[in-house]
Design a protein around this ligand. Structure first.
Ligand code: 1PR
Length: 628
């Protein structure tokens, strides 16, 4: 029997969904004693290393887990489930030893590479996994799992990509890892171990359950070897269990370049992400629909539509059913799907069962990362008067299949309160000291439990134009932008004010303050909307995006305004953010309207990006997909 170890942090439902989709059955590990019953074990570590290891230790899993691995039965660790095999990790405020199966320590990505080039941390997105050549068996072990081999590693159109989301990694050291590392991956200039394989132990830093068809095929290969064949006779190496008891295994050899820490090709393989967004709400008939408007107004113009209500407003635009559209975008090759529950702030998100059902159904069919936003906040249950925390709402979404949660209004209030606690006229959240942090905000609590990469903050800024005679408000001086010569904004000056409740309420905080504030609180990504550009088809607001990129080191998803594939090219073209700095750009861009109205497909956007020399994941799941 296959068992899955769930230690209660993060989205394990996706892995369960993938396994079911592939036709396998499994049981959850409910207690350490279950490990003795397992014939094959999957450890889908999600969240933080510290949280996972701490939980394993306090629940008494560590020794049974080591005994299971030493027994020679198949083990597959995903992300933290792979990192847990190492001696230790730098993640967390105190050192918690790992399982000590693989030598070496897991440490944090550097935000600035040796050449001075900056990169976002966490690494979030699709990257390559390049196979190492092993003595006697060449690439056979990697090929068994569908991982790139020498024949398929040169062209981005044939390279498989897998979904990574992590701030910590095991840097590749040939002296320590030559017999463990199966593939290496490069992010920025850093090369790290993206998968390991030795005897009965297999592990991936990436998430196969979120890696589309390539990930499903890898899982299928592992399940086939581990569950159908019920032995590792095909394995070229002796078991890791044996190696821990001092039996030498066949040696592996890495080529010179790889020994020096460079995978073949030696390039950062992170792709640009194309994200589809579904704004979901109930229409006037009470059905959940995907809607889309302009500048956040999602109703038809009254005179365009017969269903105009007594208030003179038109009906909610209905562009399709959420699960159907999500599945279509998955098949078209979306790298990520975002659901925003755009009216959730009016009701109890925990009772929003239809939205949870949407997520459950989507997670059963769409094997790419899913983000859910809307209503993730502390609130008082309308019926019982009981206070619920944002973390409890997030728990529910993660259990339903979300990989990340997106926080909007609550994030603005949290940063305002943090600045108020700091006092002394401090307006830059980066200067806030630890005493102004409570640990109780939704961002902090969710980030601590699930890892920063699981917390997105959705920012809804709007331009505030300044007259030539207007003095710049001092707190917002860092947020003032001047229109570029030759553009429709030439001669204008403005700053970006943040809003809450879907743009309905302005706040006295700007987009730089908010982005820096949420990074300070522990958010792992910014979803950067623009009320001015939303639904306009004019293209992304590059000045807004660059302003925020200059201000934070976490990844940014550019959003609002995409009208044609070229707009994605425009936002991805690298530009220096400061004089003398290496050019860079965002890694992800999101669109809604053009996809819903079928003005272009995700495949067309990716074809355009490939044609203009961007690295994208080109897997079109429809082509030859065999997922069942
Ligand atoms: O405040 O935590 O409850 O979260 C509410 C969430 O709902 C926020 O993320 C907020 O952005 C979103 N939201 C609220 N009202 C609306 C609305 O449209 N009336 N939608 C709304 C925001 C913006 C984008 C959109 C892009 C791309 N949607 O996500 O998809 O602008 O559109 P385009 O490609 O068609 O230009 P909380």
């Amino acid at each position: 029997m296959l068992y899955i170890l769930d230690y209660g942090a993060g989205n394990v439902r996706s892995l369960a969904n993938s396994i079911k989709k592939l036709g396998y059955d499994f049981k959850w590990v409910a207690s350490p004693a279950d490990l003795e019953k397992a014939d094959a074990l999957l450890f889908p570590g999600v969240g933080s290393y510290w949280g996972a290891l701490h939980s394993l230790r306090t629940k008494g899993y560590v020794e049974p887990l080591k005994a299971y691995i030493a027994s020679g039965k198949p083990y597959m660790g995903i992300c933290i489930g792979m990192q847990a095999l190492f001696d230790a990790s730098d993640e967390g405020t105190e050192t918690v030893p790992g399982l000590g199966i693989v030598p070496g320590r897991v440490s944090r990505f550097s935000e600035v590479d040796a050449s001075g080039r900056k990169k976002s941390v966490p690494q979030m997105g699709w990257n390559e996994a390049r196979a190492l050549e092993r003595e006697q068996i060449g690439f056979a072990e990697a090929e068994r799992y569908g991982l790139s081999s020498s024949s398929s590693s040169s062209s981005s159109s044939t390279t498989q990509h897998f979904y990574f989301v992590h701030s910590y990694r095991a840097a590749y050291d040939p002296k320590l890892h030559a017999e463990w590392a199966l593939t290496l991956t490069q992010y920025g200039e850093e090369v790290f171990i993206s998968s390991i394989s030795r005897g009965n132990v297999f592990g991936t830093q990436f998430h196969p359950e979120k890696s589309g068809r390539a990930g499903l095929e890898l899982l299928r290969a592992w399940l086939h070897r581990s569950c159908d064949q019920s032995n590792l006779a095909a394995s070229p190496s002796s078991s890791a269990a044996a190696s821990t008891s001092a039996t030498p295994r066949e040696s592996s050899k890495v080529k010179d370049a790889e020994a020096a820490g460079k995978p073949r090709g030696g390039k950062d393989g992170l792709t640009k992400r194309v994200v589809a967004c579904l704004d979901v709400r109930s229409n006037d008939a009470g059905d959940l629909v995907v809607t889309k408007g302009e500048s956040y107004d999602v109703r038809e113009k009254a005179d365009e539509h017969e269903q105009a209500g007594a208030d003179g407003k038109g009906a909610i635009r209905n562009l399709g059913k959420p699960v159907d559209l999500a599945h279509r975008y998955y098949l078209e090759g979306a790298d990520e799907i975002v659901f925003l529950n755009i009216t959730s702030f009016r009701s109890s998100p925990l009772k929003d069962q239809p939205m949870l059902d949407v997520l459950r159904l989507a997670a059963a069919e769409c094997f790419v990362p899913l983000t859910i936003g809307g209503g993730i906040k502390d609130f008082v249950e309308p019926d019982s008067g009981v206070t619920k925390s944002a973390k409890e709402v997030a728990d529910e979404y993660f259990r339903a299949g979300a990989d990340k949660v997106s926080i909007g209004s609550e994030a603005v209030l949290a940063v305002e309160e943090m600045l108020a606690r700091q006092g002394s006229g401090v307006t830059d959240p980066a200067l806030v000291d630890d005493s102004a942090l409570t640990g109780k905000t939704g961002i902090e609590m969710i980030s601590k439990a699930y890892g920063a990469q699981a917390v997105v903050v959705s920012i809804d800024p709007r331009r505030v134009y300044l007259q030539p005679s207007d003095a710049v408000p001092p707190a917002h001086a860092a947020c003032v932008v001047t229109g570029e010569p030759g553009s429709e904004d030439a001669g204008k000056r403005w700053w970006y004010r943040c809003t809450i409740k879907g743009g309905r309420e302005d706040r006295d905080i700007d987009v730089v303050q908010l982005a820096r504030g949420v990074q300070r609180l522990g958010a792992g990504e910014v979803l950067l909307n623009s009320i001015d550009r939303d639904g306009s088809n004019k293209g992304f607001d590059r000045q807004l995006v660059d302003l925020v990129r200059r201000s934070v080191s976490i990844p940014i998803v550019a959003s609002s305004g995409a009208g044609v594939p070229k707009h994605f090219e425009d936002i991805f073209v690298p530009q220096p953010l400061r004089t003398g700095e290496a050019p860079s750009s965002v890694e992800a861009a999101l669109a809604a309207g053009i996809f819903h109205r079928q003005e272009c497909t995700i495949g067309e956007v990716k074809q355009h990006l490939l044609a203009t020399s961007f690295n994208v994941r080109s897997e079109n799941v429809q082509e030859g997909a065999s997922e069942s």
